[in-house]
Write a protein of this length. Structure first.
Length: 358
């Protein structure tokens, strides 16, 4: 073993004749950098290491040799599970399986910007591609934070742009057309979702005590989990809110409670076996009704959009919409508001009326 003068880089000739390069970190730990076919190649890498050591920027690349699949499955995902809701974690596992199919056993340090750009370009434009990329970006951010890699290779331009196809626009009349074909439970739950702007999990998570019939107020502070047994978690955004139900939901809920007396702690909507209703049961009821009514594209979640659009058209500002919808950003709130030709005609008429008074 020969020591490079004035450095902590050493070279070791192996029985095979290849040359191993080693160096010491500032804490005294010895690290093997690599093994090369000849002395000149080894010394060239040794000089590069020495320069980095002198600058104090030498990177210990052992962790960067961790295969992508090992890092994701054994290190990142157990951490991720402690940070997100069960439904989000389930979606993350779906993203992970797609990424492992592509990156597999490639060491983290070899996944550079070009590799990520190539993966991105190999997939068709879709919401799924965007969401998988966002998941990868977050994971690589932690790989940097935990010093597995030096920089995040996820630098695709405009990767976060909205590529979802515009949703069909539905009206309050369309809602009632669907509900003409719905059972009582589905009808009531749908009118509550429309009138209180609830997600399907939030409807399933309601208890009797969440509704104040005297004031028409509904408290939304939990949702039924999207995965596994019917359990309760915080709402998707973590927000808790109490809002005044719109009249259709209030009337439907008053009628429902009168016909189904229950304790304050009891679920507001139950399944056929008496337990809390789950998302599948509620979605099945809605889907059967929408198909019968001839609205196959009308998702249960569109009820929230129709309700918030109706509220916004009263002149409510974005903060009002954010509060009623339980949103955490202006962007999220605006994404639920629809424009239409009939509304444009109405606005033009109102503006013309004001102009005519001058």
């Amino acid at each position: 073993m020969k020591k490079n003068e004035a450095s902590s880089v050493t070279y070791r000739v192996l029985p095979s004749g290849r040359v191993q390069v080693r160096y010491r970190l500032p804490n005294g730990e010895q690290v093997t950098h690599g093994t090369y076919d000849d002395r000149s190649t080894a010394e060239r890498h040794g000089r590069e290491i020495q320069v980095d050591l002198a600058k104090g920027v030498k990177w210990d690349d052992r962790k960067a040799r961790t295969p992508f699949s090992v890092f994701m499955r054994d290190i990142y995902m157990p951490f991720r599970e402690t940070k997100v809701a069960a439904s989000t974690y389930l979606n993350n596992r779906t993203h992970l399986s797609k990424l492992i199919d592509y990156f597999g056993q490639i060491p983290l340090g070899r996944i550079d910007v070009e590799a990520v750009d190539t993966w991105w370009a190999s997939l068709p434009e879709s919401v799924a591609r965007r969401n998988t990329y966002m998941f990868l970006t977050r994971a690589m951010r932690y790989a940097v934070r935990w010093q597995y890699i030096q920089t995040n290779p996820c630098q695709v331009e405009d990767a976060g742009k909205n590529v979802a196809k515009p949703r069909p626009k539905f009206t309050v009349g369309d809602i009632y057309a669907v509900l003409d074909h719905a059972d009582d439970r589905t009808r009531t739950a749908a009118l509550v979702a429309f009138s209180g702007h609830l997600r399907i999990g939030e409807v399933c998570g309601l208890n009797r005590a969440d509704y104040d019939a005297a004031k028409g107020h509904l408290r939304i502070e939990r949702q039924a989990a999207n995965a596994g047994p019917v359990g309760l978690t915080d709402t998707k955004t973590g927000n808790r809110r109490t809002i005044k139900l719109l009249a259709p939901g209030q009337a439907a809920l008053d009628e429902w409670i009168a016909a189904h007396p229950m304790l304050p702690t009891a679920p507001l909507f139950v399944g056929t076996k008496g337990g809390r209703i789950n998302r599948v049961h509620l979605r099945d009821g809605w889907d059967a009704a929408k198909l019968a009514a001839g609205f196959p594209e009308f998702h249960f979640h569109d009820l929230k959009r129709v309700g918030l659009t109706a509220v916004a058209r009263t002149g409510a500002n974005v903060r009002d919409v954010m509060f009623r919808g339980g949103h955490r950003s202006y962007t999220a709130a605006l994404s639920y508001l629809d424009a239409s030709e009939d509304r444009d005609d109405e606005l033009a008429a109102l503006t013309n009326a004001r102009l005519g008074r001058r």
